[in-house]
Design a protein around this ligand. Structure first.
Ligand code: UN1
Length: 513
């Protein structure tokens, strides 16, 4: 195992001690001696360390990014797309190595680590096509011999704050779009996963270098919240795209809003699947279990609640309990295991605390939770996925705990189920399992789910990159990834051109001199 990881680190250019930041083509040194140490939740071992960006480092990066923007914005969008295409190819070449490092540094299963890199490749492909489709509308002027249209220009520096749970994919959703739109990026990854970020930076830096791209188009700053705050308070950064907890998003939104900057927020979810009496229960089981235990319940799209019709409640609960009994928990690099560790022991403490709170409110655990011990679980981060029967209005059920705790709630009518599904502060992802067309369409209608994502016969997690990704209410309202999410990374300009011999005013106003 150690040898494998070491060769993967070598392949990705990760040393024992890494510089805190880099810019497009140059890997820079940091002025700070403060270190971020990255411990693997898989075995608790120190993987490597990296220097934290100081205020001086941060400022140097911003100045470089501003200069790089002046050049990058003049490169034709399809040419920028061509460079993103090459980045996608470089990711294909590094899929195994990067996916394995994601799995080892973050703890998700190897399959999911590879899947995360696949999402990066997919968004690159999407962005390449997009680079020829940054369309604006034309409209008819009310004045003769006038032409009106709108066009889209890049914003400048896009600040990207990403979370540990998708340590590389979420950055790439933002970066690939931002780049083809003509922006430059500064990335502040989670302090829990600095190494996967450094690996990505190395991969993209090589591509930039091969294309003689100006230094400073893609930048990385490592550190904790204080580094993120430098960015959110910095008016040189017109857009901050942040993924993480609702608490973090409220702080980012307030700081960026106070300077009238733009923010794109992708925050917490409290996602439910409605299992109707018309559901295919075997299919529902796969969706529910993967949704709840995939990434050890640490996706913003993880299934946290099952809202089950009373007529199938007992049968479905029995199926769930049986399936949970068959889950293999352990080293995520071993493909026989379904569930890896939580990110760290703080996350384990939050899991235990939520279980306590749930019990105190009256929750009935049909599958008990526990922290696993023994040599195979030496990092102390492995927990048992658990299931509790609850009421939707329990405080703990209203709260997003990033852990594999699944809540079961019983319903009688579809409207009641939808009210329960919507009856939480978050609004990211939702699903209904039903073979009944009327039910499905009702769930998707304006009277149905209030979430940014609403699925039928698919679980809540595992969205494809082609759709706009994000949610409502405390999820923050941002949309990343596919569809027309690119518009958030650009500024719209309306242009009116007069090609007549006179200067008529709009609204029929007369102004003769
Ligand atoms: C996240 O958890 O922040 O839909 C992103 C999914 C993944 C992305 C999750 N494609 O589950």
């Amino acid at each position: 195992m150690t040898t494998d990881i070491q060769s993967i680190l070598n392949r990705l250019g990760i040393k024992a001690d890494n510089a805190a930041y880099s810019t497009g083509s140059n890997w820079g040194g940091a002025t700070n001696t403060e270190k971020l140490e990255s411990y693997s939740p898989v075995d608790g071992k120190l993987i490597a360390s990296a220097s934290v960006a100081s205020v001086t480092d941060y400022d140097a990066i911003v100045v470089k990014a501003e200069t790089a923007f002046k050049e990058w914005r003049t490169v034709p969008a399809p040419k920028r797309g061509e460079i993103v295409r090459q980045f996608g190819d470089a990711l294909r070449e590094n899929k195994e190595a990067l996916g394995t490092l994601v799995s080892y540094e973050m703890g998700k299963s190897l399959q999911e680590g590879f899947g995360e890199v696949q999402e990066m490749i997919d968004i690159c492909d999407f962005a390449v096509g997009l680079s020829r489709q940054l369309y604006g509308l034309t409209m008819h002027s009310e004045r003769p011999s006038h032409r009106m249209y709108e066009q889209w220009h890049p914003l400048g520096i896009v600040g990207i704050i990403s979370a540990f749970n998708f340590p590389v994919a979420v950055w790439s959703w933002n970066a690939a779009l931002a780049l083809v739109c003509g922006n430059v990026c500064i990335w502040k990854p989670s302090e829990k996963t600095p190494l996967t970020a450094i690996a990505c930076q190395h991969i993209i830096a090589k591509v930039f270098k091969a294309n003689n791209v100006a230094e400073g188009v893609c930048n990385l700053v490592l550190g904790d919240r204080t580094v993120g705050e430098l960015m959110t308070n910095d008016s040189r950064v017109p857009l901050v795209s942040a993924t993480g907890s609702t608490r973090m998003g409220k702080a980012v939104g307030a700081a960026v809003g106070a300077r009238l900057g733009k923010s794109l927020l992708e925050l917490g979810g409290n996602n439910a699947i409605i299992i109707s009496e018309h559901a295919d229960l075997d299919m529902s089981l796969i969706g529910a279990v993967f949704g709840a235990v995939g990434t050890a319940g640490q996706r913003c799209t993880s299934t946290r609640r099952l809202i089950i019709h009373e007529s199938v409640y007992d049968a479905f609960t029995a199926k769930l309990v049986k399936a949970y009994g068959q889950l293999r928990i352990g080293d995520p690099l071993d493909q026989n295991n379904h569930v890896g560790p939580l990110i760290d022991t703080d996350a384990v403490a939050a899991y235990l605390d939520s279980i306590e709170k749930c019990k105190a409110e009256g929750g009935n655990f049909v599958v008990e939770g526990d922290v696993l011990s023994g040599d195979a679980y030496a990092s102390g981060c492995y927990v048992k996925p658990c299931i509790a029967e609850v009421q939707n209005d329990y405080k703990i059920v209203q709260h997003e705990t990033f852990a594999p705790i699944l809540y079961l709630i019983k319903y009688k009518t579809l409207d009641e189920a939808i009210a329960l599904q919507n009856g939480v502060p978050q609004g990211l992802s939702s699903a209904i399992m039903t073979l009944n067309l009327r039910e499905a369409e009702h769930f998707l209608s304006a009277k149905g789910s209030d979430c940014g994502i609403a699925n039928v016969n698919i679980g809540t997690s595992g969205a494809e990159i082609g759709g706009a990704f994000g949610g409502e209410k405390e999820t923050g309202g941002g949309r990343e990834s596919g569809s027309d999410a690119w518009r958030a990374y650009m500024r719209r300009q309306t242009n009116t051109i007069n090609y007549s011999n006179t200067l008529p005013l709009a609204q029929g106003i007369k102004f003769d001199l």
